[in-house]
Design a protein around this ligand. Structure first.
Ligand SMILES: [Zn+2]
Length: 253
C-alpha cells in the first residue's frame, strides 16, 4: 500500500464554503478542452459555489484537426468560440487567450514571464494546472508535449516568480506587484492525493466538452467521462458517484 495522504475535498474543504468571501481561481492549460477534460466538474462546482473562476489558454488550438479543408486561422477562430461557450456552461467568469501556436510550446523564460504576468493580474487564491511529470497514461496515451511544457512553466511561474519581487522586475514597471499563490491543484496527476466530488456538476462537464464540437466530432464523451469520474469517485472517502482527482499543494509562497 502506498502512503499517499488521503485528503478529500468535502464541502468544508471547497473554496468559498470555508470562507464567506469568494475566492479567485485561475486554471491554466494549453488547449481549448484540456481544462474541461481534467477539471471541468471542479471548476463548475467552485463557480456555482460563488467563487470567481478564470481560465487561461496558452495556445490557439490551431493544430487540432485532420480535415484537409481546415485552415489554422479558421480552426483557431472556431475553437475560441467553442471555448467561450464551454466556459459559459461551466460558469467561468473570464477566459484569457494567449494565442500561441498549438504544438509549439516550450518552457522558455518568455513564457514563464507571460504566465507570471497573468498570475499577478488575476491574483488567484487557487491555481489549477496540469502535471509536468506525466509523460504517458498506461500504454495508450503519450502525453502531448504542450501539456508537459505548459504545466512546467505554470508551476515555475507560480513558484517562485509570481510571489517574488525580484523576479521579472520589468513586471513591477508595469505596475504588477508580486502575488503569492497558496493553493495549487495539479489536475490529472501522476499521483493523486485529493478528490473533489463532482456528482452535482458532471452533467455540466459533459455539456462543456460537447461544446468543443470541432474536437468531439461524432464522439459522445458521456460514457468515457462517467467511467473516469466513477473510478475517481471510488477513491473519494467516503466514496461518491463521480469525482476528479488532483495533487494538492499548500505552499508557503
Ligand atoms: Zn490538450
Amino acid at each position: 500500500m502506498s502512503e499517499v495522504e488521503h485528503i478529500v475535498a468535502e464541502p468544508g474543504d471547497v473554496p468559498g464554503d470555508e470562507n464567506p468571501v469568494s475566492k479567485r481561481v485561475l486554471a491554466i492549460f494549453p488547449h481549448p478542452d484540456d481544462a474541461e477534460f481534467s477539471c471541468g466538474g471542479t471548476m463548475a462546482r467552485w463557480a456555482r459555489e460563488g467563487n470567481e473562476v478564470t481560465l487561461c489558454l496558452v495556445t490557439d488550438g490551431a493544430s487540432g484537426s485532420d480535415d484537409p479543408a481546415m485552415t489554422p486561422a479558421l480552426l483557431a477562430e472556431t475553437r475560441e468560440r467553442e471555448q467561450r461557450e464551454a466556459a459559459r456552461i461551466l460558469g467561468i467568469s473570464d477566459v484569457l487567450f494567449l494565442r500561441k501556436r498549438d504544438g509549439t510550446i516550450e518552457h522558455t523564460m518568455e513564457l514563464r514571464r507571460e504566465l507570471t504576468r497573468v498570475m499577478r493580474r488575476v491574483r488567484p487564491d487557487i491555481l489549477i494546472c496540469g502535471d509536468p511529470s506525466v509523460f504517458w497514461h498506461g500504454n495508450e496515451y503519450i502525453n502531448h508535449p504542450d501539456h508537459r511544457a505548459t504545466a512546467d512553466a505554470v508551476l515555475a511561474a507560480a513558484f517562485p516568480s509570481s510571489g517574488n519581487r525580484l523576479y521579472f522586475p520589468e513586471l513591477l514597471v508595469e505596475g504588477l506587484e508580486p502575488w503569492k499563490i497558496k493553493d495549487i491543484y495539479v489536475a490529472s496527476p501522476a499521483v493523486a492525493d485529493t478528490w473533489v466530488d463532482i456528482t452535482s456538476t458532471i452533467g455540466l462537464k459533459i455539456d462543456a466538452l460537447k461544446a468543443h464540437a470541432s474536437q468531439m466530432g461524432d464522439w459522445d464523451p458521456t460514457e468515457t467521462i462517467q467511467e473516469w469520474a466513477r473510478g475517481d469517485g471510488e477513491k473519494h472517502d467516503p466514496p461518491v458517484e463521480f469525482a476528479e482527482d488532483f495533487r494538492h499543494f499548500t505552499t508557503s509562497g
